[in-house]
Write a protein that binds this ligand. Structure first.
Ligand SMILES: [Zn+2]
Length: 236
């Protein structure tokens, strides 16, 4: 297993002076999916093609959290890169990615926080370009700070997800609140970029991840024939 988030996690672990202890993490976890082996979901990783690319800017300890869903994005979307967010320095590889003319970067963030001329609600990368969605993978207060303090992102349009799309999405996923995890935000970006198939695969995979994670936490029996697994099965 060596996708961008797995590598970032390994680097971050290597830098730790004291071991990072996530809640409930005493049991050994599968290195491929971060769930305890009896509930491993490695066999359920969907493989789909997508036009879009994802660039995760991750807050310090985010790659270490077993519930981090940026990991799931990297599992599903082949063109996923992940970087540790730094206030002062811009990673050379991140710089090269942002400068590469084959991408049209969009920073995904609520439009109310920026000048209206920078805000877009549609994904239209222009001829020869593919969308690159920059996602701030952090808690909301951390993400706001990262957004304010990253001057190298100021030249890119801000993709503001529209209330109609958000409510359609909420309805479909039977969500009651407005808090979206990073994988859900990525799925909404994929929908906007006409990567419907990848969007649905990511949603289905997120549901199976949540099912395995919560079953492990509460020591419940897994039913791999249930509705969430059957839905994901069509993307394997
Ligand atoms: Zn696994």
């Amino acid at each position: 297993m060596s996708h961008a988030v797995a590598r970032l996690r390994a680097e971050r672990l290597a830098r730790s002076v004291k071991p990072f202890v996530a809640r409930g993490s005493r049991a050994p976890r599968c290195p491929g999916c971060r769930v305890i082996p009896e509930y491993c979901l490695c066999a359920w990783r969907p493989r789909v093609a997508a036009q879009s690319a994802m660039c995760l800017l991750m807050h310090d300890t985010e790659p270490l959290k077993p519930t981090n869903t940026g990991w799931l994005i990297a599992d599903v979307i082949g063109d996923t890169t992940a970087f540790a967010w730094e206030r002062k320095t811009l990673d050379a590889q991140l710089q090269a990615l942002l400068d590469d003319p084959k991408w049209q970067p969009y920073i995904v963030f609520p439009g109310e926080f920026v000048a209206p001329e920078r805000v877009v609600s549609e994904v239209a990368p222009g001829p020869g370009k593919r969308p690159l969605f920059i996602l701030l993978d952090a808690t909301w207060p951390e993400a706001r700070k990262m957004f304010r303090k990253s001057p190298y992102l100021e030249r890119f349009p801000v993709l503001n997800l529209q209330p109609e799309q958000i409510s359609r999405y909420k309805l479909r996923r039977s969500k009651r609140d407005d808090h979206f995890c990073t994988a859900e935000v990525a799925a909404m970006c994929l929908e906007l970029a006409a990567d419907q198939h990848a969007a649905q695969a990511l949603d289905a995979y997120l549901d199976v991840f949540s099912n395995h994670y919560l079953s492990a936490k509460h020591k419940l029996l897994l039913d791999e024939e249930d509705a969430v697994h059957r839905r994901l099965q069509t993307f394997l």
